[in-house]
Write a protein that binds this ligand. Structure first.
Ligand code: FAD
Length: 382
C-alpha cells in the first residue's frame, strides 16, 4: 500500500478518498466500521455553516466543502445534505457576529443579516424575545452524518480503495519510521500512515497527544414534534444556533421523522470513547427543556423520542490537528475536530491528502500544526 489510513470517520474517509484520487493505493481501516455509533461521526445529523467569526480559515473550508457534500448527496440514493438553511441568532451585537459579517464581506461570500421583526415574520414557530438579529445562510443546512461517511466509504471501495474492519495497535515509539501496523487482522505494511482516530488519538499516541486532545461528553436530545404539525420540519425551520457570550444551544429540524434535535454545546466532562456511559442525564434533559420553553415553546413539553451521548475531541483552542508525527517521518496525525469538524470533512481530506502525497506547494497551516497545540483547554473556535 502507498498509504494506510487508520480511522473511517469523516476525516479519515475523506482523506482516503482524496488520496485515492491522487493515484495512491490506499487501505482504510477501522476498528468498528465507518461512522459506528461510538465514533464522533456516527451521529444522525450535523450542522454546516461558514459563520466562524474572524476565523477565515474555517469559513473558506466550509464553503469549499459544500460543493463536495452536494456531489456526495447527488451520488447517494437518499439526501446527505438537507439544504434547510442555517440561522445563528444573537441577543446583542456580539463580536463573533460582527467578525463573521466582515469575513464574509472580505471573502465575497453571501451572509444575510435578519433583524428581529423579520425573524418573527419568517419563523413564527420560535419565540424571538430578547433576540436582536440573526445571520442566515440558506445554502447551508444539515448533513446526514452516518449516511454521509458510509456512502463515501462505499464510493471509495467502488473506485478501487481497500477497506477493512480491523483494530490497529498503538505504534511502538523509538524508530524514525513506521514500516507496518499491527492489526487485529494481521500486519499491514505501507509507505505512509495517516491516523485519523478522532477521540481515540490520545490512546494511540498517549505521550504525544494524551495532554493535547480532550474528549468531552456531549448529550443530544430528540423530541417528538406535535401531531400533524410541519412547522418544525426542514421545509419550514432551518438548522439553528443561539450564540450568547460563547454559550451555544443548537438544534436541527425534524429530519426524516427522527424528531426535533437540540443540544447544549458547552463542553461536558472528560469522556472515554470506549467505556463512557452513553445514557443521557435527567439534568441534561431538564436543561434543554428550559431552553425550549423559552425559544420553542410548542416543543418544550413534547415526549423525548431519542437521546445520544457523543464526544467532542477537543484541542486546546478548537483548531484542528493536521500534521506530521514529530518522530515518525511517514506518519500523519489528522484530528481535533473539536465539535465543529464534520462540515469540513471534504476540505480536511483534500488538505491532508496534498500533504501526504507531497503535492508541490502543500504546507502545514500553522493553526493545524502540532506545535500550536497547547495542553490547557481554552476554547476560541466556535
Ligand atoms: C454531539 C456532536 C455534535 C456535533 N455537531 C457538529 C455539527 O453540527 N457540525 C459539525 O461540523 N461538526 C459537529 N460535530 C463534530 C464532528 O462530528 C467531529 O469533529 C467529527 O465527526 C470527527 O471525525 P473524526 O473522523 O476525526 O473522528 P471519528 O468519527 O471518531 O472517527 C475516528 C475513527 O477512528 C477509529 N479508530 C480509533 N482507534 C482505532 C484503532 N486503534 N484502530 C482502528 N480504528 C480506530 C474509530 O473506530 C473511529 O471510527 C459534532 C460532534 C458531536 C459529538
Amino acid at each position: 500500500m502507498d498509504v494506510i489510513v487508520v480511522g473511517a470517520g469523516v476525516f479519515g474517509a475523506w482523506t482516503a478518498w482524496q488520496l485515492l484520487r491522487r493515484g495512491q493505493r490506499v487501505l482504510l481501516l477501522d476498528a468498528h466500521g465507518a461512522a459506528h455509533s461510538r465514533a464522533s461521526s456516527g451521529g444522525e445529523s450535523r450542522l454546516t455553516r461558514s459563520i466562524y467569526g474572524a476565523d477565515a480559515v474555517y469559513t473558506k473550508m466550509a464553503a469549499e466543502s459544500l460543493a463536495d457534500w452536494r456531489w456526495l448527496s447527488a451520488r447517494a440514493g437518499l439526501p446527505i445534505l438537507h439544504p434547510a438553511g442555517i440561522l445563528m441568532y444573537f441577543q446583542r451585537q456580539e463580536p463573533f457576529a460582527q467578525a463573521s459579517i466582515a469575513t464574509h464581506r472580505e471573502l465575497g461570500l453571501p451572509l444575510h443579516v435578519v433583524e428581529r421583526a423579520e425573524l418573527a415574520r419568517r419563523w413564527p414557530q420560535a419565540d424571538w424575545e430578547g433576540i436582536e438579529f440573526g445571520l442566515h445562510q440558506p445554502d447551508y443546512g444539515v448533513l446526514m452524518a452516518r449516511r454521509a461517511v458510509q456512502t463515501l466509504v462505499a464510493e471509495f471501495v467502488a473506485a478501487g480503495g481497500e477497506y477493512r474492519v480491523a483494530a490497529v495497535t498503538p505504534p511502538v515509539a523509538g524508530a524514525s519510521r513506521l514500516e507496518s501496523v499491527k492489526t487485529s487482522a494481521g500486519d499491514a505494511g505501507g509507505e505512509q500512515f495517516v491516523f485519523a482516530c478522532g477521540p481515540w488519538l490520545p490512546k494511540l499516541f498517549p505521550n504525544l497527544l494524551g495532554s493535547r486532545i480532550f474528549p468531552t461528553r456531549q448529550e443530544v436530545f430528540f423530541f417528538a414534534t406535535p401531531r400533524g404539525d410541519e412547522r418544525f420540519g426542514p421545509l419550514q425551520l432551518p438548522g439553528w444556533a443561539e450564540f450568547s457570550a460563547g454559550d451555544i444551544y443548537y438544534g436541527i429540524p425534524d429530519l426524516e421523522g427522527r424528531g426535533f434535535k437540540i443540544a447544549n454545546d458547552v463542553h461536558g466532562p472528560a469522556f472515554d470513547p470506549d467505556t463512557g456511559e452513553r445514557r443521557a442525564s435527567p439534568e441534561g434533559e431538564a436543561d434543554v427543556r428550559r431552553y425550549l420553553a423559552r425559544r420553542f415553546p410548542a416543543i418544550a413539553s413534547q415526549p423525548l423520542v431519542e437521546t445520544r451521548v457523543c464526544q467532542y475531541e477537543n484541542t486546546a483552542n478548537g483548531d484542528f490537528l493536521i500534521d506530521r508525527h514529530p518522530d515518525l517521518a511517514n506518519v500523519w496525525l489528522v484530528g481535533g475536530g473539536s465539535g465543529h469538524g464534520f462540515k469540513h470533512g471534504p476540505a480536511v481530506g483534500r488538505y491532508a491528502a496534498d500533504l501526504v502525497a507531497g503535492v508541490s506547494g502543500a504546507v502545514v497551516e500553522p493553526r493545524f500544526s502540532l506545535a500550536s497545540k497547547g495542553s490547557e483547554q481554552r476554547r476560541e473556535v466556535h
